[in-house]
Design a protein around this ligand. Structure first.
Ligand code: AHR
Length: 620
């Protein structure tokens, strides 16, 4: 293989290219990134959360009793907040019994770590004033305990700390009343003190850190299909997800579980800020998934036109919430949550893979136009519909062309072969039209071969990053045992994090990004198109450091030698950091190897079979 570089034809490319797509799917939020350890803390789980109407999926989910002469029920008279209508009434006749929460597949605790516990209590019997809080190990051993006193006739919140005496991945949290009587209990919460960046109501530190290491330039959230729901009643409304936790509106997650909204819009914005990423919230385009009607089920429908003004206002208010001065209504709400400074929102996604119909178009354009009229500086990212078998983006693009939507969101999940054969997907895109945000893409699978096909495809995306300004892989997180969608970027359980090889590819692209693309002609000593397509190359310069990054993908089953005259762009600095990701095509767990190397004097590079190689040269 020989490569001719054309440094004089270097072109500016997007410095926003690598980001992540966070969808609350696969228990990515509750039981995942959101560090809350208590499941169903608010007794709001409902039979309707589950399509299967699993009879155990109700307000008592994850809770059980131990001991004698103790009973409980869920009540809803005078709750803490109307949005949190249910709470537990625990009746003790003889002390000793406990109400126990099993967490999300257990409560994982670590020896010596501090946990912040909080609960709201109300003494229904004046006697029932105190409760002991215990962390119990899998075998029943007490790992920590403390007693809370002072429940009164009105709801009162208590905060205490617990330090675990041992590590246990399947501990439980127990509440043991100290006196006979009836005690009302709600908002039972346990967080590790060490959340990501120490945030209150924060995120799981190890998971958030793994995400940060990709160096995502942006985070798209909260979905995917979660953003538009599977019926009008299931649309994700950002206003339901901010403010005090007990005032947020939990709801059915369309992926078949319960969404507390504890990880809500404030926390999403804060996370973005904490990792230096631009927030890219996605709101429904006034229609739920595929324009499904009120209850879903394929009925065509959208938010009734009589309610659209309010819906449009909600979208406008979101921008005020993110960016408004604290004197504004929604800016003040943000400040009340502890962030007086604006979040500097620059992008908003409107719609997700929607079916392009009149119902959609009318509502979508109402929102796009209202946002642009009030906030011309905000980049509106439209949707061009799904890219399934038998569909394409034509109708969505026709609207974007006509209405001059600045950027559109494309999605595709395909085979590795598709990615290999479509490296030129964006080469012919008209540069005068909307920019592209490749919001979801993945080769279907989690092997090295899949990851290499993505690395190869991304060389083509970098080449076209004058028009493709942002790209994010399939859903970011998936909890083992609760995975509804594959592939995902990072699999995890309560104690382990298992990044895929695709994660390593994303991280390499995130860490070794550039803002100038240096075109190159690649010649391969064969006429076999299938062989030629298995070699990919992309050369970028990072203006800030002046560094040159060469990315090389070899998807052939044999090693190959590549000759490239890098001297013209790297001068005499032949020392490079070399990163190689290689293995057998079916491998699922590989880490990149990194070393400092010297470029061979004749400019020859050896590329291993099935490998992704990156060379980073110091700027001059
Ligand atoms: O990522 C899973 C789903 O795939 C998303 O919700 C949707 O946008 C896409 O079809």
């Amino acid at each position: 293989v020989s490569v001719q570089l054309q440094p004089s034809a270097g072109k500016p490319i997007s410095s926003m290219l690598t980001g992540v797509f966070f969808e609350d799917i696969n228990y990515a939020a509750d039981g995942g990134l959101y560090a809350e350890l208590i499941q169903n803390r608010d007794f709001e789980y409902a039979l309707t959360d589950k399509e299967s109407r699993d009879k155990n999926w109700n307000e008592t989910h994850s809770w059980s009793l131990t001991g004698n002469d103790i009973s409980w029920k869920v009540d809803s008279i005078n709750p803490i907040h109307p949005n949190n209508a249910h709470y537990a009434l625990l009746e003790t006749k003889v002390t000793g019994g406990m109400l126990v929460n099993s967490g999300f597949d257990g409560v994982a605790v670590k020896a010596g770590e501090t946990y912040r516990f909080s609960v709201s209590l109300k003494a229904i019997d004046p006697n029932a004033k105190s409760v002991t809080v215990l962390l119990l190990g899998k075998e029943g051993k007490t790992l920590a305990q403390t007693t809370i006193n002072g429940a009164g006739s009105n709801w009162k919140k208590f905060n205490v700390s617990l330090i675990a005496s041992a590590t246990d991945g399947e501990a439980r949290l127990a509440l043991q009343p100290r006196e006979a009587g009836i005690l009302a209990i709600d908002m039972v919460s346990l967080f590790p003190a060490k959340t990501f960046k120490g945030r209150v109501n924060g995120l799981r530190a190890d998971l958030a850190q793994k995400v940060a290491e990709i160096r995502p330039r942006f985070v798209r959230f909260p979905g995917g299909c979660v953003a538009h729901g599977d019926g009008i009643g299931n649309i994700y409304h950002w206003k339901n997800t901010i403010g005090p936790l007990e005032a947020r509106k939990p709801q059915r997650n369309l992926w078949g579980y319960h969404q507390t909204a504890g990880l809500g819009y404030f926390e999403y914005f804060q996370f973005c800020e904490d990792i230096g990423a631009e927030p890219v919230p996605v709101v429904a385009a006034g229609v739920p998934c595929q324009n499904s009607g009120v209850g879903g089920g394929g009925q065509q429908g959208g938010i009734p036109m009589a309610e659209m003004d309010q819906y449009v206002q909600d979208v406008i208010d979101l921008i005020e919430y993110a960016n408004g001065d604290i004197k504004t209504v929604w800016g003040r709400r943000r400040a009340e949550s502890g962030h007086p400074a604006p979040f500097n929102l620059k992008y908003i996604g409107i719609g997700n893979e929607d079916l392009i119909t009149d119902v959609f178009e009318e509502r979508y354009l109402m929102i796009c136009k209202a946002v642009k009229a009030k906030y011309p500086e905000i980049v509106v990212i439209g949707t061009v519909g799904p890219f399934f078998e038998g569909t394409d983006y034509r109708e969505g693009w026709a609207i974007a062309d006509r209405e001059k939507i600045e950027m559109v969101d494309e999605h595709y999940y395909q085979t590795p072969g598709w990615f290999i054969n479509n490296q030129d997907f964006y080469d012919s895109y008209d540069r005068s039209k909307s920019k592209v945000y490749l919001g979801e893409y993945a080769s279907r699978g989690t092997t090295l071969f899949n990851a290499l096909s993505e690395a190869l495809y991304l060389t083509g995306v970098e080449r076209n990053a004058d028009i493709v300004t942002m790209a994010s892989y399939a859903p970011l997180l998936a909890k083992e045992g609760h995975t509804q969608w594959n592939p995902d970027l990072i699999y995890f359980n309560n104690t382990e994090i298992k990044p895929t090889i695709s994660y390593e590819v994303q991280k390499i692209y995130g860490v070794h990004a550039g803002d100038v693309y240096i075109p190159a002609t690649v010649s391969v000593s064969t006429n076999d198109e299938a062989v030629r397509k298995r070699i990919g190359l992309s050369v970028v310069r990072d203006s800030k450091s002046g560094d040159i990054v060469v990315k090389l993908v070899n998807m052939l089953p044999v090693a190959t030698t590549l000759k490239i005259d890098l001297g013209q762009i790297i001068g005499a600095s032949t020392d490079a950091t070399k990163i190689v990701l290689k293995g057998k095509p079916g491998d699922r767990q590989i880490l990149p190897e990194q070393a400092v190397v010297k470029l061979q004097a004749d400019g020859r590079l050896n590329l291993d079979a099935y490998s992704f190689t990156v060379l980073r040269f110091k700027g001059r």
